[in-house]
Ligand binder design. Sequence first.
Ligand code: SAH
Length: 253
Amino acid sequence: MSDARAVTAPRLYVSDALAAGARVSFGAAQAHYLRDVMRLAPGAAVRLFNGRDGAWLAEIETLAKGRGTAVAREAVQPQRAEPDVWLLFAPIRGPRQDMLVEKAVELGVAALQPVLTERTQVRRVNAERIAAQAVEAAEQCERLSLPTVRPLADLSAVLAAWPAERRLWYGDERGDGASALAAFSACGGGGPHAILVGPEGGFSPRELDVLASASFSSGVGLGPRILRAETAAIAALTLWQAVLGDGGLPPGR
Ligand code: SAH
């Protein structure tokens, strides 16, 4: 079964284990996508990943309204370690946040952590929507893992419980930090990292003091223009992946 289908068949995330002959189930949304959107039937090929067992070519076994199954046939990509970078962001409105989530997943974040800051105006997030967007973006961009989506939490609480070995880079639009490129290049790599971008209203002076004085965090600049939060997240993640992550690997590896 190893042929063009290994690169063209629809790619879906499943939670079940993947191994030769393993049977996996599809949820209602996936069954709808395969049956009604892609117009596939039993026997058709799909590609599956679960964040643990690499990518597999599989064959649809049953497909009905609201459910379906497939049988894994052949491993097509081994699971590999992925860069360990989290994104902390203050919730923003509608389409901008959709974009932030989608692009962050494409850029390989290991976890998404929405945080409430003093000037965060949007005080709620739809965690289910973020999780669904993360699955969709991971399926589309050919990641082998899903990012963890953490529940909304106060920035102060997240910082108070911060794992000391994880370096935190926060976007400092006042220009007090080194450039992100210089800071990432000078940090010597190694270990887990996180990026924090503030809300539309920016961080409060008090938050900036806390961030500046914490041993694990450093402010970084992203150029002379004030970027919207989603742009700042994309720019910082792109630079981080280029310097410290897997941004240097060719596409598809
Ligand atoms: N209203 C604020 C801007 C907030 S922009 C002001 O005018 O000061 C939203 C977030 O994006 C900021 O909190 C910061 O984390 C990040 N950001 C935006 N532009 C940036 C830049 N040039 N350098 C570093 N971070 C930036």
